[in-house]
Unconditional design. Structure first.
Length: 212
């Protein structure tokens, strides 16, 4: 069954009703360190969460950008050893922070409107980390129309810990029987996709109390 928006199928369940007007959007970032104010944002990926006619959720449209380190940013060698990024490789198709965020935010604002939601809510694995980097980059680039709630987020590490007994992404996916390739890990696009699959799996297994 294909995913639908409220305008496409009369009587279809509304994602806005399931999440109190929020539209979950999975975000994953790869960075040059842990400090969102000083360390470089190197990759960002976004995956929409879409609803189907039967009320179940699936990962939807996605976007990914390699990002140029902002001027004067710090890049830790230890972080690059984990994510495998060469920020200054001549063939790396990186764009400035503002361009990456502007394009992603435009798509998310459109989705928020299409799904009759009020705001996007960042969904991620250890989501507070991604939210801090996203907010810092938006402030640094003077982007005024950030579609995400400034502090609320949906954290799949917490959700997986409660429902699956695991907080590490790879281990939670293993319990959920969702394939995970460790050689692809620490790519923003791959981690965002797998986080979206995990979020949908958990949401599809749990019925809201108001439906019981």
């Amino acid at each position: 069954m294909s995913s639908v928006s409220p305008s496409e199928l009369m009587g279809a369940p509304l994602i806005s009703e399931r999440f109190r007007g929020f539209l979950p959007v999975v975000i994953d970032v790869e960075t040059g360190g842990f400090n969102p104010n000083t360390d470089a944002l190197l990759e960002i990926a976004a995956v929409l969460i879409e609803i189907q006619g039967d009320g179940t959720f699936i990962p939807g449209a996605n976007w990914r950008f390699h990002v140029q380190p902002f001027p004067g940013s710090n890049i830790e060698a230890a972080s690059l050893a984990v994510n495998g990024i060469d920020p200054f490789h001549p063939l790396r198709p990186a764009v400035p922070e503002k361009e990456a965020l502007t394009k992603i935010f435009q798509e998310i604002r459109r989705a928020v409107k299409d799904y009759d939601c009020t705001r996007a809510v960042l969904t991620g694995h250890n989501a507070y980390f991604d939210l801090n980097f996203l907010n810092a980059a938006a402030i640094r680039t003077d982007i005024k129309r950030n579609p995400f709630h400034p502090f609320s987020c949906f954290d799949t590490a917490t959700l997986a810990g409660v429902t699956l007994g695991q907080t590490v992404l790879a281990k939670a996916l293993q319990v959920a029987k969702i394939p995970f390739d460790t050689s692809e890990a620490h790519s923003a696009a791959y981690d965002a996709q797998k986080t979206a699959e995990l979020f949908c799996f958990i949401c599809n297994k749990i019925r809201p109390v108001y439906e019981m």
